[in-house]
Design a protein around this ligand. Structure first.
Ligand code: ADP
Ligand code: MG
Length: 647
């Protein structure tokens, strides 16, 4: 690999920072070559440009002017990801303030560079263990940085620097925060690494520390003022280092599972915030699931009620087509019903006239709907008496003053007595109660179907309503498949009889369609309101993620210094958002079902659907992807130097 040329070569490197209108020349023209295996100390006062130089040497930063080549290749030709790879495979960083991730154990910190190098978990764990052991921290592998002393932390960070077996160790004031004894340990360690053949660049402001190197470079105000030999060259015990196999470029799956792990860790470290973020998503998803369950339930409910009414019915109403049949049109007569009854495919016919009236029993008045009917009503409406008998043809023919009570009417007039056989008064006419209808519950339109009383049509027209015409004819067909033909036959018949089209016919299947359409609209409406709340939850996630990126800028810098590429950072932060939304999605589905179950306990019809739940979960998942992307991109685009420098 060695080409004989210098390992690292700077030629006329200038690094300028703009600070408002000021230009700060942190480096003002540095030319320097470092050969493989050298141990170089860079010494200078605070502010002389040492860290700036090290950032450029370590490819965390680029020169403003001049050329920097690693193994003869100008780094200006590299894009951000190639620089990240170069950092990962060639350089190991040791910082003054250790820069360990506080949420991760010592071993996990050491593993990070290998994660980004795409090495297998087993290989990583074994090597991290070996390195920690070698640095005397074998028994501290599971400790958090906060549980370690400064010297121990610095040794962890050296282990991390060695993880990918880099050719160059860059140490920026590695002993600056340590007591003398631990500082000496760290320097001994650097000596040892140098003896193995590694190139060491040690930055310090301390002359006694610098004296341990073979070569000492003095910096002052961004310029090299001296380049002198230090102590005698040490014998290199190993002839080559840094020849581990190149890292795999792929490892995306490993990267993903690692990102999920890291996501869980970082979400755990800020539990309260995570819970609040989750809440938004949970509520959003739960709203979607519950709303769709309730919407679906009410749709099914309406459908079954209409189906209970019968899908084989034709309803003839008076009044010309296009006119709302609310007025009282004198166009339909019982004789029309008789004619319809003689048509083919007609199973039952009942002309009806209805109106609100008061029924009196004893001194109790009860106002209900009185419906004059034919016996065919029972068959057409599939409605029989629970006790007593139904109205028969003779009742109609003989204008019999008999009445059948709906269950609600019976309960109100006869709270504690069997009504059959009793007499009630309607319009001062005594009617004998001959039966009580079976309970039917609510109508498709929500009113009480049992709040009704049936009397023979002839009696009703004569004695109650004083009219000769009816306000509807219910026709039940035998074969529902021939419904359209039967409807046409009735139309022709009535047009012939009346000489004009002063009626309209509807069938229950078209009513069903209309009702389903109305219910679907309602479900979509509820669903969209719920989706909006999910959207709001997503914005919450984005907001928190942006805060999190800002807070964790330093962590991002550390990751970048240890070899993370932009896509690694992007993946990590987006994964965090997806993990939050995924967990929120699952909890939301569960909560949505719970809400629907509670609604069901209160008698609200509910349908649990797998597809709406999956859809809501998928929505949450994609919310994470979409709303996590912006913060993740913000993180990935951070400049490693700026990120590392942040507090
Ligand atoms: P040293 O590490 O020797 O103490 P640095 O390399 O950190 O010095 O800084 C050299 C000079 O560059 C200082 O004057 C410092 O204020 C300036 N400097 C370093 N980084 C930045 C930056 N990101 N923006 C502006 N000025 C900077
Ligand atoms: Mg510095």
């Amino acid at each position: 690999m060695s080409t004989g040329g210098p390992l690292l070569e700077l030629a006329g490197v200038v690094r300028t920072f703009r600070n408002g209108d000021n230009e700060i020349h942190a480096l003002a023209g540095i030319s320097l070559a470092v050969a493989e295996g050298e141990y170089v100390a860079i010494i200078g006062q605070s502010g002389s440009g040492k860290s700036t130089l090290m950032n450029i040497l370590g490819c965390l930063d680029r020169p403003t002017e001049g050329r920097y080549a690693v193994r003869g290749v100008d780094v200006a030709e590299f894009d951000a990801d190639e620089l990240a790879e170069l950092r990962r495979d060639t350089f190991g960083f040791v910082f003054q303030r250790y820069n360990l991730l506080s949420g991760a154990s010592a071993a996990e910190n050491v593993e990070i560079p290998a994660v980004y190098a795409g090495r297998s978990r087993r290989e990583r764990v074994a090597r991290a263990h070996d390195l920690l052991h070698r640095l005397g921290l074998g028994d501290r592998a599971d400790h958090r940085p906060g549980q370690l002393s400064g010297g121990q932390q610095q040794r962890v960070s050296i282990a991390r620097a060695l993880m990918n077996d880099p050719a160059v160790i860059l140490a920026d004031e590695p002993t600056g925060a340590l007591d003398t004894a631990s500082g000496r340990d760290v320097l001994d360690l650097l000596d040892e690494l140098h003896r193995e053949g590694r190139t060491i660049l040690l930055i310090t402001h301390d002359a006694t520390v610098a004296a341990r190197a073979e070569r000492i470079i003095h910096l002052s105000d961004g310029r090299m003022v001296a380049d002198e030999p230090g102590r005698i060259r040490t014998a290199v015990t190993a002839d080559r280092v840094g020849h581990r196999r190149p890292a795999s470029r792929l490892g995306l799956v490993a990267g993903f599972s690692e990102a999920v792990k890291m996501a869980f860790r970082s979400l755990r470290t800020n539990l309260f915030r995570t819970a609040l973020t989750l809440l938004g998503v949970v509520i959003g998803v739960a709203a979607v699931v519950a709303m769709l369950a309730i919407g679906g339930g009410s749709k099914q409910d309406v459908m079954t009620r209409i189906q209970k009414m019968g899908t084989n019915l034709l309803l003839v109403r008076p009044g010309a087509p296009g006119i709302r049949a609310s007025g009282d049109y004198a166009s339909l007569l019982p004789a029309d019903a008789e004619a319809i009854a003689r048509l083919d495919n007609v199973a039952a016919v009942s002309p009806e006239r209805q109106g609100g009236n008061t029924i009196r029993f004893g001194n109790v008045d009860y106002r209900t709907m009185i419906v004059g009917i034919w016996p065919g009503y029972a068959k057409a409406r599939d409605w029989e008496v629970a006790e007593g008998t139904f109205i028969i043809d003779d009742d109609v023919k003989g204008y019999a003053p008999v009445v059948i009570l709906g269950r609600t009417v019976a309960r109100n007039l006869f709270p504690d007595q069997d009504p059959v056989g009793s007499y009630v008064l309607i319009k001062s006419v005594p009617f004998e109660v001959i039966g009580v209808l079976a309970g039917k519950g609510a109508t498709p339109f929500g009113s009480d179907a049992d709040d009704v009383a049936l009397v023979p049509l002839s009696t009703a027209l004569n004695r109650i309503f004083g009219r000769t015409y009816v306000n509807g004819i219910t026709v039940q067909v035998t074969d529902a498949a021939l419904m359209d033909q039967t409807q046409q036959a009735i139309e022709t018949l009535l047009r012939d009889r009346h000489g004009t089209e002063d009626f309209q016919i509807r069938n229950t299947s078209s009513i069903l369609e209309t009702a389903i359409a109305a219910q679907n609209t309602l479900t979509i409406l509820l669903g969209s309101v719920a989706l909006i709340s999910l959207l709001v939850g997503g914005i919450g996630v984005m907001n928190i993620m942006l805060v999190s990126v800002t807070e964790r800028t330093r962590e991002i810098g550390i990751r970048m210094a240890t070899g993370a590429r932009m896509q690694n950072i992007l993946l990590q932060f987006n994964t965090e958002a997806v993990v939050v939304c995924g967990i929120g999605g699952m909890m939301g589905v569960a909560l949505g079902f719970a809400v629907a179950a509670v609604a069901a306990m209160f008698g609200i019809p509910v349908v649990y659907g797998a597809i709406p739940s999956l859809l809501a979960f998928a929505c949450a998942f994609f919310t994470g992807l979409v709303f996590g992307f912006l913060p993740a991109r913000k993180a990935a685009r951070l400049d490693p130097v700026v990120a590392l420098a942040s507090e």
